[in-house]
Design a protein around this ligand. Structure first.
Ligand SMILES: Cc1ncc(COP(=O)(O)O)c(C=O)c1O
Length: 502
């Protein structure tokens, strides 16, 4: 309905002031604000460019592009989550009011008991749990609470792209260490478990200034699930150098091929120095609104309705009591951090002086969804069991389809994503249009959007600038997509394959 703040203001004041004054208000709102003093805070220097905006915009400008770039499911969340949300919005009127600043008590309680069992830890809902605005909020709060001017923060690349700006905004210095693939047998597909950290290089990154190590398992964009041995190495270095581990485990339920997700906080001596971050958006497949709004695509939140059932239940078209229900966007705004009180008390200080409080109804819906999952835990009826099985089939579908045109996917063991090697294209068509210093993967994605109607994200977006040249022959696809989207992808790829024929 309202495209931007200007439109909202005009809508509100236009009728009162009359058309003429509404027009002059438009002019006034569109004038650029300038100031003799430096306007933006120095902490924003170098982080104001966001490549996502560029690629999403490009895809929206072309007709009929299949968006396999952004990480969101394009199907409805599970019915129990939708019902939990409806219950939260139509039940107890007190859920319209503030709850406890650090988390709605039933949510902190269920998170404590659910994750306490997984981590083998007695978790106190008041001292060891903080509810945040998504995992983004959890990460931001953790960086602000712990990273100081000049502190070094070790980031494993390729990495989820916000870790670097969040380190910089806190005044820290990012120190990068790359996962590198070992050579594969000729003809063998590469696998994300084949990408490893060199132990000597890793150890060399720890110094007396290192404050935090950022771990992400399963990893975005590679889909790597860190093994126990790899985690033990990280744990021993963190302990040796007295470093905090911030571990982003938002994809912990999305693990394939019998691989097992291990939380580093469950390893001996690690709970005391680890912050474990989770996301309701990723846990219950409701990442939606943020992404749509981000790219300026789609309808405003209040009018989008869920049509397709989640693919574990493909026949179902969910209709709520009053017709199609609104997607429970509110679940996306819930994330959490778990950790020892000695660390958490500093996160609470940031939280109470910034966000202060997360929407109560959303927290109630997430609490109810976790309560349901706790009852079904480990059983075939559990969403955490069913969903990865479904998503693994989507992954396999995408791998086969991409291989048909000569792309070489690196098989992921977890997450929403896979990266694919485009070296063969880089060799055959090295001179794709673009700026001279523009990494090849970015030029390739632009070419693919325009000429093949498929959108992916260049992997150089997920690495530090000096290392982009080592990763510029990979692009990232998201396979957490509805069958109809995967079929649309197949049509594009079949056409591409036909064009490759001599
Ligand atoms: C690795 C990783 N961490 C955190 C997030 C943010 O999660 P949320 O939507 O809960 O803020 C994402 C979202 O894409 C992610 O991929």
């Amino acid at each position: 309905m309202f495209r931007n703040a200007t439109a909202i203001c005009l809508h509100l004041v236009g009728p009162l002031w009359g058309k003429k004054s509404g027009a002059s208000l438009t002019r006034c709102l569109h004038q650029t604000f300038t100031m003799a003093k430096r306007l933006q805070a120095r902490r924003l220097d170098g982080i104001d460019q966001n490549p996502w905006v560029e690629f999403v915009k490009l895809a929206s400008e072309e007709a009929d592009v299949v968006n396999l770039g952004q990480g969101f499911p394009d199907f409805s969340p599970p019915e129990f989550a939708v019902e939990a949300f409806q219950h939260a919005t139509s039940g107890d009127f007190m859920l319209n009011q503030y709850t406890k600043a650090f988390g709605y008590p039933p949510l902190t309680k269920i998170l404590a008991s659910f994750f306490g069992k997984l981590l083998g830890q007695e978790i106190d809902p008041l001292k060891n749990v903080l509810v945040t605005v998504g995992a983004y909020g959890a990460l931001f709060t953790a960086f602000q609470a712990l990273v100081d001017e000049g502190d070094e923060v070790i980031i494993v690349e390729p990495f989820f792209d916000c870790y670097e700006p969040m380190t910089l905004m806190a005044g820290g210095r990012p120190v990068f260490v790359s996962l590198k693939p070992s050579p594969t047998q000729k003809g063998e597909p590469d696998s994300s478990s084949n990408w490893q950290l060199d132990p000597t290089e890793l150890a060399s990154k720890f110094t007396s200034r290192t404050k935090a190590f950022i771990l992400n398992t399963p990893n975005n964009p590679l889909g790597k699930v860190f093994s126990r041995e790899e985690l033990e190495l990280v744990a021993s270095l963190c302990q040796q150098h007295d470093v905090v581990c911030i571990t982003d485990e938002v994809y912990q339920w999305l693990v394939f091929d019998g691989f097992q997700h291990i939380s580093i906080a469950s390893l001996p001596g690690m709970w005391e120095r680890t912050l474990t971050i989770g996301s309701a958006g990723k846990t219950f497949s409701v990442t939606g609104w943020k992404v749509r709004e981000y790219g300026g695509m789609g309808s405003p939140p209040s009018t989008i309705v869920g049509g397709r059932g989640w693919p574990g239940n493909p026949e179902r078209v969910w209709l709520g009591p009053q017709g199609p229900h609104p997607l429970p966007m509110f679940l996306v705004q819930v994330g959490w951090v778990l950790g020892p009180d000695s660390l958490m008390k500093h996160l609470r200080t940031v939280h109470q002086n910034s966000i202060y409080h997360c929407a109560t109804q959303c927290q109630a819906a997430v609490a109810q969804s976790f309560e349901r999952e706790q009852l079904h835990f480990g059983q075939p009826s559990s969403y955490f069991v069913q969903f990865p099985q479904y998503i693994q089939r989507c992954r396999d579908h995408m791998i086969q389809s991409l291989q048909s045109v000569g792309l070489r996917p690196v098989i992921p063991q977890g997450s929403y994503f896979l990266i694919t090697d485009i070296s063969d294209f880089k060799n055959k068509m090295p001179d794709l249009p673009g700026a001279a210093d523009e990494p090849y993967d970015r030029r390739f994605v632009k070419w693919m959007i325009k000429n093949k109607g498929l959108m992916a994200i260049p992997v150089s977006t997920f690495v530090s600038v000096p290392h982009q040249k080592f990763f510029d022959h990979y692009i990232r696809f998201c396979f957490v997509k509805d069958e109809s989207t995967l079929r649309a992808m197949d049509q594009k790829l079949q056409k591409w394959k036909a064009e490759l024929m001599p």
